[in-house]
Design a protein around this ligand. Structure first.
Ligand SMILES: Nc1ncnc2c1ncn2[C@@H]1O[C@H](COP(=O)(O)OP(=O)(O)OP(=O)(O)O)[C@@H](O)[C@H]1O
Length: 498
């Protein structure tokens, strides 16, 4: 009989989605295949490339579903023809003529959708909101929404005592920048002071309006967040495209996303040279780390780049386990191992320092220019610093040493935390980690801890971030939404090249 197979991990996800108090939050238990249908919708919406990997057999801990349950064949709500039509269109094949091919593709889409859900949704996050974002954003309501917004803005700025006209508007992926010409120079101050009131008048809740200076006389820019159904998402395809155009002078290029007007933003991690990524739970820290990591993996060979992935959550970095880039062969998940490998890294740094000294060069870059040193760069990613510190405070010592002196030796740290407080981001680390990425935080005091400035409390969540790279101005970036497929595609390239 025709079957659809799931894995153990898929089944865990399905159970989470069907919980009463989380996921779909249905009072009556829905059949499990409801989630398979949602997974099909999720996969059909995905813009990632479709891989025809073989998952066509039972798996330990997984489950078998009858095809009839999933399609509803012969029942009151029979979706067989609908599913067959959708898949025929998606694959440009006539699947009505080949039952077996239809079942195989249905199976693959369902597994792909389940995998996407498993990696992008956590049961601490609102499932309805997650699905809404996945399935219904990017639709083309933008124009009508913006027309309404223009009228509202004019009346709102009048209410705060500013008499300005909207000169023009520039649409970005999530915000629209309204260019307001001000006749009275004091209106600029009124606007700045009135931003919170403007947000309130426009019903933006916690999301804030950002005031931007422009290069036009007497014109100020108001960056106003649009509702989520008008966002367009920046995805893995965008990242892959940008990487192809990386400027040659970049050593460790990172492409976290686009600026508010949609222009890709790039920085060189060697110039950072260490970064703290902070934000509340669900703000997009993990996806931001994946984006930074994929930016590097897509542009660096395993001879040029070594990575240390420290992941006390045991989930985020697991997919990278098979990469050839690991400095110590694997993803580190325990605090004991983390302490050991960070101490080893301090030794590596000191060995590199002696090599630099014996070659009479200041740092690895000068050594490369002079052609006397050829060493891979090492980038250390720590997922949830606060958790690691709870398990072992001793880890702070090697981290601080690496932060103090790692740059010259080509060692860089990228640390993330959802608890941006003075205890986690202490004085010594703080003063030696000059670059910061703040995703949405709860309070302005947290924004100050990460960025030394307020503002991150007014971001719109989901990968919206303020980035301060050592010595540069803060820039607002909307992050790339990396999905499991993007990670797998990147890793499979290394497998193919091995
Ligand atoms: N760049 C982005 N574009 C659109 N949505 C995003 C983006 N980044 C994150 N999201 C959404 O936000 C959700 C949470 O992201 P993520 O898991 O990275 O947050 P987090 O800060 O690591 O959360 P936690 O601290 O709970 O692990 C994602 O599942 C996704 O739906």
């Amino acid at each position: 009989m025709s079957k659809i197979y799931t894995s153990f991990e898929d089944e865990k996800l399905i159970d989470s989605v069907l919980q009463k108090d989380k996921g779909l939050m249905c009072s009556d238990k829905l059949p499990k295949w409801t989630v398979l249908r949602l997974a099909l919708a999720q996969s059909l919406k995905s813009s990632a490339e479709f891989y025809e990997e073989n998952q066509d057999q039972p798996e330990a801990g997984g489950k078998e579903y009858n095809l009839r349950q999933v399609t509803g064949k012969g029942q009151e709500n029979d979706f067989t023809d609908l599913f067959c039509t959708l898949l025929s269109v998606y694959h440009r094949e006539n699947l009505f003529a080949d039952d077996n091919r239809f079942r195989t593709l249905l199976q693959k889409h369902i597994r792909r959708g389940l995998r996407d859900m498993r990696t992008s949704w956590k049961d601490s996050h609102d499932f309805h909101e997650y699905l809404y974002q996945e399935l219904f954003t990017d639709s083309d309501y933008q124009k009508s929404i913006i027309m309404n917004l223009r009228e509202k803005i004019v009346s709102a700025i009048n209410e705060i005592g500013v008499s300005g006209n909207i000169e023009d508007q520039l649409d970005g992926p999530r915000i629209t920048r309204f260019l307001i010409s001000l006749s009275d120079v004091n209106d600029l101050d009124r606007l700045r002071k009135g931003l919170e009131k403007l947000s309130f008048l426009l019903g933006l809740q916690k999301q804030g309006i950002f005031l931007q200076s422009t290069n036009q006389e007497r014109v100020a820019g108001l960056d106003i967040p649009r509702s989520q159904d008008s966002w367009y998402q920046i995805n893995g395809n965008n990242l892959r495209e940008w990487v192809l155009h990386t400027p040659h002078n970049m050593i460790l290029p990172a492409w976290p996303g686009v600026d508010v007007l949609g222009k890709p933003f790039i920085f060189d991690i060697t110039e950072a040279p260490h970064i703290l990524v902070g934000g509340t739970t669900g703000s997009g820290k993990s996806i931001c780390l994946h984006t930074l990591l994929l930016s590097l993996l897509l542009s660096q060979s395993s001879d040029q780049l070594k990575i240390c992935l420290i992941d006390p959550k045991h989930v985020e970095f697991t997919p990278y386990a098979a990469l050839p880039h690991h400095m110590y062969g694997k993803v580190i998940t325990s605090s004991e191992e983390a302490l050991r490998i960070l101490t080893q890294l301090v030794n590596e740094m000191e060995e590199r320092e002696s090599i630099l000294a014996s070659n009479k060069v200041r740092d690895i870059i000068e050594g490369e220019i002079k052609g006397v040193i050829e060493l891979p760069r090492i980038v250390v990613f720590v997922e949830e610093l606060a958790d690691i510190f709870i398990q072992s405070r001793a880890i702070e010592t090697p981290l601080a040493r690496l932060a103090q002196k790692g740059r010259a030796a080509g060692i860089h740290l990228i640390l993330s935390t959802q608890r941006p407080d003075a205890e986690t981001f202490s004085g010594l680390l703080r003063s030696n980690i000059p670059s910061r990425i703040a995703l949405t935080v709860q309070k302005s005091s947290e924004s100050k801890i990460i960025l030394d400035e307020v503002g991150a409390e007014r971001l719109s969540g989901k990968g919206d971030m303020l980035i301060k790279i050592s010595g540069s101005n803060i820039i607002r970036v909307h992050g790339v939404k990396i999905k499991q497929n993007d990670i797998e595609e990147c890793i499979s390239k290394f497998r193919r090249n091995e």
